[in-house]
Design a protein around this ligand. Structure first.
Ligand SMILES: [Zn+2]
Length: 507
């Protein structure tokens, strides 16, 4: 540190590039992230790390001004003021104020977006390294309530972590933040007040999915009990009507119209209420994603069309919509199902999205679906949102399996011990008994587990218990800190594989 301090008076007036060259590869125990080194007024503000942790480092020749805004520990001497600032909520706030590009923004005008859920608050630099080579914008902060509960984080933590990592990378192209799978206005408010511009509205509890299996007479009864004005509007708009959807025509017959009304009208009213709420809170600076994917049966094209027409009727502005697709989109593994049937049905979903408002088709549990990516990219002309989350956690597990086999074995055992309690929360079909006993494997075989669907799913869903285990947590984060660059490399490779198979355009 001495060397940096000695240099400061001579370089503080130089341009940022010169400062970067001078201090980023300091020989001391503290190293600076090159692209994070910025000058503001009379201070240098940079992300730095030592062998234990990351922090913000401020260096100035004056103790007044910006340096006073950050909270932290003064460490300078020799007429140089330096401050080592922890990555806390106050300092994230100051960072967003000084460098507005560290705050998330609405991505409603970005054609291709990718959700990069990061349960650890460590992965964004790997995501950024991948997306910045393509015509794609990342949603770097993205968590569901379930993930927050299982990881013990808050929306504020998630947004702050992303801000620090964006600063670390000096990434100025804009990114999103998604309050994922929210069902209640009170939860939406928590995400909004943490500064998240994107809300994924999960309609699974307000829509009447069960009515998808009701008999025609049950539907008849339920339809007739809807308010009279709704009944006559549905009749007029949909009964035996044919709609031109791009190159396709979709007909909605009378029973389908009635069934859709019973299933969705109430949910559409709720979506309109949420939309009004978002407008009130953020003007036009929001992205509303409509999610109908958390159901047991695939979204039929007629239903997709009905939902979209009802949203447009209510003047709901939405950025993306997530139908439930045919086949299985299970966590952390490739698509399971008939590829021809998928293509046939996906083509219709993509046409509806193009013809009725040009919103993005959103693919949930979108990671690792390599078999269907080319179809998805092509049929949407890349107007899409691909949502991923656990796959970045799995890449972290892969790093541990490669670099710290002893720790990996402890994590693997923890995962097996807690499998029963978390498996209920997810829809996965892996036969976990196929996973070889961990004691029977050599260290060099451990990373191969990350290529095995059963082991991937085991570790994908047990992140909560693993991260909460006091014997594992500190070791896990210490190992990832030690292998930070390697983790980014793994993530970059993995996400580039996603983007290139989708057919994203390289910059
Ligand atoms: Zn979903």
């Amino acid at each position: 540190m001495k060397k940096i301090f000695k240099n400061v008076p001579s370089i503080i007036d130089a341009n940022e590039e010169h400062i970067r060259e001078t201090i980023h590869h300091d020989e001391s125990a503290i190293s600076f992230y090159r692209n994070s080194i910025h000058k503001k007024d009379n201070a240098i503000i940079a992300m730095a790390r030592d062998h234990i942790q990351k922090f913000i480092m401020l260096i100035s020749v004056s103790e007044n001004g910006i340096i006073g805004k950050f909270s932290g520990e003064q460490i300078g001497d020799d007429g140089v003021y330096a401050k080592k600032c922890p990555l806390n909520a106050n300092n994230a706030e100051v960072l967003r104020e000084l460098f507005p590009w560290t705050a998330p923004v609405s991505l409603r005008n970005r054609k291709t977006t990718i959700g990069c859920g990061d349960r650890l608050g460590l992965a964004s630099p790997g995501h950024i390294a991948a997306v910045k080579e393509y015509d794609v914008t990342p949603v770097l902060a993205q968590q569901s309530m379930r993930e927050l509960t299982l990881t013990g984080r808050t929306y504020r933590n998630v947004v702050d972590d992303a801000a620090f990592l964006v600063y670390q990378c000096g990434y100025k192209d804009g990114y999103g933040a998604d309050g994922d799978h929210l069902k209640k206005i009170s939860d939406i408010d928590v995400a909004l007040s943490a500064g998240m511009p994107m809300i994924t509205l999960d309609l699974s509890e307000v829509m009447l999915a069960a009515a998808g299996d009701w008999s025609d007479s049950e539907i008849e009864t339920a339809f007739n009990s809807l308010p009279q004005d709704v009944i006559s509007r549905i009749k007029k708009t949909y009964f035996d009507k044919t709609f031109d959807i791009g190159a396709l025509t979709i007909k909605i017959d009378v029973p389908t119209a009635k069934r859709c009304a019973v299933m969705y009208v109430k949910a559409m009213d709720f979506a309109a209420e949420v939309h009004e709420h978002l407008k009130e809170k953020r003007g036009k600076e929001f992205d509303l994603e409509i999610s109908i994917d958390e159901t047991t049966s695939p979204t039929l094209p007629e239903h997709h069309l009905f939902i979209v027409k009802e949203l447009l009727y209510r003047k709901v502005v939405f950025t993306s919509l997530a139908p439930r697709f045919i086949g299985e989109f299970q966590k952390g593994i490739d698509y399971i199902g008939n590829l021809n049937e998928f293509s046939k049905q996906f083509a219709v979903h993509a046409e509806i999205a193009k013809a009725c408002g040009n919103y993005k088709v959103s693919i949930h549990s979108g990671s690792d679906k390599f078999m269907v990516f080319p179809t998805i990219g092509k049929m949407t002309d890349m107007r899409l949102h691909l949502k991923t989350a656990g796959t970045s956690w799995l890449e972290a597990v892969r790093v541990i399996a490669e670099k710290d086999p002893v720790l990996y074995r402890v994590m693997h055992t923890c995962a097996l011990n807690h499998l029963d309690e978390v498996i209920k929360l997810y829809h996965i079909t892996s036969d976990m008994s196929k996973i070889p006993a961990i004691d029977s494997l050599y260290d060099e075989d451990l990373p191969k587990l990350m290529e095995m669907n059963e082991a991937r799913q085991l570790l994908h869903i047990t992140y909560g218990p693993i991260l909460r285990d006091p014997a594992i947590r500190p070791l896990f984060f210490a190992a990832l800190h030690a292998h930070e660059k390697y983790y980014y490399e793994k993530l970059k490779y993995h996400f580039e594989k996603h983007l290139s198979l989708l057919g994203a355009i390289k910059k």
